[in-house]
Design a protein around this ligand. Sequence first.
Ligand code: MV4
Length: 506
Amino acid sequence: MFKKVLIANRGEIAVRIIRACREMGIETVAIFSDIDRKALHVRLADEAYPVGPAPASQSYLNLDRIIEVAKASRAEAIHPGYGFFAENYDFVRRVESEGLVFIGPPAAAVKLLGDKVAARKTMKDSGVPIVPGTEVEIGSDEHGASIAEEVGFPVLIKAVGGGGGKGMRIVREKSELKSALRAASSEAKSAFADPRIYIEKYLERPRHVEIQILVDKFGNAIHLGERECSIQRRHQKVIEESPSPVVDENMRQAMGKAAVTAAKASGYVNAGTIEFLVDPDRNFYFLESNTRLQVEHPVTEMVTGVDLAKEQLRIASGMKLGYKQEDIRWKGSAVECRIYAEDPENGFLPSTGVVHSYWEPSGPGIRVDSGLYEGAEVSLFYDPLISKLLAWGESREEAIQRMKRALSEYRISGVATTIQFHLGVMENEKFKKGDIHTHFIDEEFETKKLPEAEDQEELLKAIAVFSALLDHQERKNLKPVLSKTGYKESPWKIAGRKMGLRQFRK
Ligand code: MV4
């Protein structure tokens, strides 16, 4: 096993990886930008080195400096976390060529799976179901037209170098195809420096279900079941859970088998995720793969008891998988709420500031992965994901009840967060039934316009008085204003009710 590992990341994921290393007796090296000097990951690591100014391009993406720190500190391996360099082919190559170990898949697998048509072809050839469409890039308008006719409208144009929803175009009829192909290609060129595009049949309101895999260097590959990730907003996941309310034991085995096949076909090693779209008839289709430890990995850890970060370290150091497929057992249900520094009352605009008071929930079945502390500064330089709150229960209902309890305990002041929004989702009837898909938030929660008219001035006065009152209470450390259900509500919603307005929201 490694003696010392450098973590090329920040925030909650750097903290998560440092914790795995500490439990395994591995020394840790943190890196930090100028504004992260006092960050939690810096405090928890054994050593920490500055890598540049606040903008990520000059610090967490400063390749030469990170390699320099790895060498100077005598780290043997680099864990990239997620984001930044995690799925960057050039980074993996550089780490390998410097004689360091990249804690993740081999460079060739990163390259293959990063090319969406090459990945589709690999899957098709090995029998993994894919959405109908092309396994080659679109060469001309005529080519595009014949493919679209073949799979049938609506179709979705995607970027070969893309992923995560950027540069996609839905086309509902033939007359729109030509201009959509042009637009998608030029968007792909500016976003990914790669103008190549391809076409898939467009599935309306699919679910997003992904399978966690682990593969060692000896060809042993297992899956750890699924994560349901359909609750998202603008391609940013918001809530994840395991198991998925639509996946039963048969479907889990079929999807798991497909994911293991996908891993083997692409020469994959280490922890990875195979994403699938699931249609209303519960057919599943390969979507793309993620060659990293994912944000939502803890829901899998909570239902399987497997520590994925530790397994990554074991695999990268050349050890055999600690588990066989039959060792993997699933118990209970886990839900994750991603706490973003965003204001749900204000179009989810990013919120910044200093966290001036901070109270974290705990107790039975609760896990918090966060980089927050009193005095932490939330800036616009990095991802707005500031904390992940997880709840485990014997059943999905118990996990949801625990999540509501924990959300109502969580206090973060100084920045706006999505905590209250999550409470709304936990109480949504469709969510409770497991009746969810990738357009759930848009359909159930998009804020309505403020009421028109004459009431506005009175309304604003009431809100001003009310927020002053709330401020006063917070400062005096009095009880927060409670709703009928016992949970703290948004002052806007309460003020609206006082004004006799029915609702701002659906
Ligand atoms: C799709 C799709 C429907 N049909 N492909 C969005 C992100 C990118 N990774 C792929 N995405 C989609 N691909 C076909 N053929 C719908 C989406 C999609 C989506 C997928 C997963 C999670 C959330 C989503 C939200 C909107 C659209």
